[in-house]
Design a protein around this ligand. Structure first.
Ligand SMILES: Cc1cc2nc3c(=O)[nH]c(=O)nc-3n(C[C@H](O)[C@H](O)[C@H](O)COP(=O)(O)OP(=O)(O)OC[C@H]3O[C@@H](n4cnc5c(N)ncnc54)[C@H](O)[C@@H]3O)c2cc1C
Length: 313
């Protein structure tokens, strides 16, 4: 039986290919892609949507491998109605679709230090979900509260206690869509904050393949785990060094490659499929386990169905 979806004011597109919505440029279609017009549109849609239909929120796809067979159900991508940024005192409130880099720049203009967001290529929704961070600061260190819509259309406010942040992790209720987040930031001189961000950008470009198709760090740093995520940055044991030590720097499989520049970055060098990217990742996990005994865990979120394997011919 065909599922009938509730009416919406925002765009609802059937069979929407997702490759162009992810940084790795892979992935089959979503059954539907919903781009809500605003908060009410999102809440009404989720309230009226058949509870058996799965939903999957995406940000800008900078931490995703969408498999080649695509995603069943409704993929929700927030856009223009969710990218406002407001600053009051030491608080910065940003819509979930606002880009991290944009929020960092606006905060710096106002003399507030959210510089850690400047080099993370995601959106605020993805940052909350992943407890994104770098250079020793994480969302967990700054978040005051996040607002979200639950799978059944209720509006809720989530505190850091609710979210139980850990290294690259937040405990979001299943099926809930973050719509906005408020951060507390330490004051600073705007020029100095912009200069700090310029240094961070240069440091990134020097050490990471920032201009290639990737999803950032592929695997979590093995022992880098703490309640705030902070220890990650000071921990000696890095996934990239284990991959390097196992001789897999630059290793490729089809169009997928572990970066020469930063071996924990999985690249789509051109025509890679999601299956090739995932297969290379699993090969790396096996070889690293054999080489060093460390069982690397994916940091990149893999979602959707593989293409069915043909049994003909
Ligand atoms: C070059 C490069 C460098 C990177 N460097 C870093 C880094 O230094 N530090 C770091 O932490 N990460 C880094 N990343 C990874 C990535 O940018 C972050 O994880 C980012 O927070 C993901 O945001 P996104 O909007 O792209 O989310 P997506 O990749 O689209 O989604 C990631 C997860 O968040 C969920 N999600 C997204 N939006 C919402 C929402 N509104 N409500 C509920 N759930 C949502 C998705 O369901 C998914 O589970 C890097 C990636 C790249 C490509």
């Amino acid at each position: 039986m065909m599922t009938v979806l509730p009416p919406t004011r925002g765009a609802l597109t059937p069979d929407r290919p997702l490759d162009s919505l992810t940084w790795l440029r892979v992935g089959g279609p979503a059954d539907w892609l919903f781009q809500p017009a605003d908060d009410d549109d999102l809440a009404d849609f989720l309230r009226d949507l058949d509870p058996s239909v799965p939903i999957f929120p995406i940000g800008v796809g900078s931490n995703l491998i969408v498999r080649d067979g695509g995603i069943r159900g409704v993929v929700i991508r927030l856009g223009r109605g969710f990218n406002a940024i407001a600053i009051e005192g030491d608080r910065v409130t940003a819509g979930a679709a606002a880009l991290d880099a944009h929020v960092a720049r606006r905060a710096a203009d106002a003399g507030l230090d959210l510089t850690f967001l400047r080099t993370i290529p995601g959106s605020i929704g993805g940052a909350v979900c992943m407890n994104a961070g770098c250079y020793g600061s994480y969302v967990a260190d700054h978040l005051v509260e996040a607002r979200a819509v639950t799978r059944d259309g209720q509006r809720i406010v989530l505190t850091p206690d609710d979210l139980r942040f850990a290294y690259r992790h937040a405990d979001l209720p299943a099926g809930c869509v973050v719509t906005e987040a408020t951060f507390r930031a330490v004051p600073g001189d705007p020029d100095a904050l912009h200069a700090k961000m310029a240094v961070q950008l240069a440091r990134r470009d020097e050490t990471q393949p920032t201009r290639e198709r990737s999803a950032g760090s592929t695997f979590r740093n093995p022992a880098g785990f703490s309640s705030t995520g902070q220890e990650d940055d000071v921990h000696d044991l890095k996934a990239w060094s284990l991959i390097d030590q196992a001789g897999l720097r630059g290793h490729s499989w089809g169009g997928a490659q572990m970066s020469e520049k930063h071996p924990n970055f999985l690249l789509n060098t051109g025509g890679a499929t999601a299956a090739e990217l995932e297969a290379l990742g699993e090969l790396v996990r096996r070889r690293v386990l054999e080489d060093s005994g460390h069982d690397l865990q994916w940091e990149v979120i893999r979602v959707g169905d593989p293409l069915p394997v043909s049994t003909e011919g």
